[in-house]
Design a protein around this ligand. Structure first.
Ligand code: ADP
Ligand code: MG
Length: 206
């Protein structure tokens, strides 16, 4: 990965969030307060504006600006969680180019930041349920090169998001529903799957 690819990843994510806004909101209407799509769209719109004036010279600069902007612009739980993850990844990648192994380590730092802030474990029906398997799959395939690692992470995140359907939420707003949170796909795990999908997309386009 290089600075251009990091920029492409964030831009593609912003576009995907815009396309999927109503779907994410629909999922959040079932087990939350129906704002996940609009939260992320507002956040990523602000990220694009911030990046337009940045002229970043490293991967870290792109990811850190993304994280800081999400934290400041998104009121919901997902803003600080994703924001912290991007900041942690940015801190882990201060350079202009990174190997797949370095990107794997940065994704693990992102996961750690999410878990430190939110206290969620795998199985709690959160972002972690897509991010953790995606990180593991990326790490396992890192030696095969970036496109292969990103594809493996994409597939694992999508599967992780689908696997949240039968789970009962133990963190976040959905946990207030208790057993009634089962039978629905988690919005945050779904947006995480979207993040890993756009990573795979830009990797193939590069
Ligand atoms: P809010 O719940 O404040 O309305 P959003 O709707 O933007 O925020 O985001 C909801 C998503 O945030 C949930 O679907 C879940 O995946 C994720 N989430 C909530 N709490 C946590 C947590 N403690 N750790 C990880 N992810 C969480
Ligand atoms: Mg919500």
């Amino acid at each position: 990965m290089d600075t251009e690819l990091a920029l492409a990843w964030i831009r593609e994510t912003a576009a995907a969030v815009e396309r999927q806004e109503s779907y994410l909101t629909e999922l959040d209407s079932a087990i939350g307060d129906g704002d996940h799509g609009s939260n992320l769209r507002r956040g990523f719109t602000a990220v694009i504006t911030a990046l337009d004036t940045l002229e970043p010279d490293s991967i870290g600069a792109v990811l850190a600006k993304t994280g800081t902007t999400l934290i400041s612009k998104v009121g919901g739980a997902s803003g600080p969680l994703y924001g912290s993850a991007f900041r942690a990844m940015g801190k882990a990648l201060p350079q202009a180019t990174a190997t797949p192994a370095e990107l794997a380590a940065a994704l693990a730092e992102g996961l750690l930041a999410i878990q430190q802030l939110g206290g969620a474990a795998p199985g709690d029906k959160t972002i972690v349920d897509a991010w953790a398997p995606a990180t593991a799959a990326f790490e396992a395939a890192a030696a095969d090169g970036l496109p292969s690692a990103a594809d493996a992470a994409d597939a694992a995140a999508a599967q992780g998001a689908r696997d949240t359907v039968p789970l009962q939420a133990r963190k976040g707003r959905a946990s207030y529903l208790g057993p009634r949170s089962t039978g629905h796909q988690d919005p945050g795990a779904t947006s995480t799957a979207l993040l890993f999908h756009t990573l795979a997309q830009v990797t193939h386009a590069a």
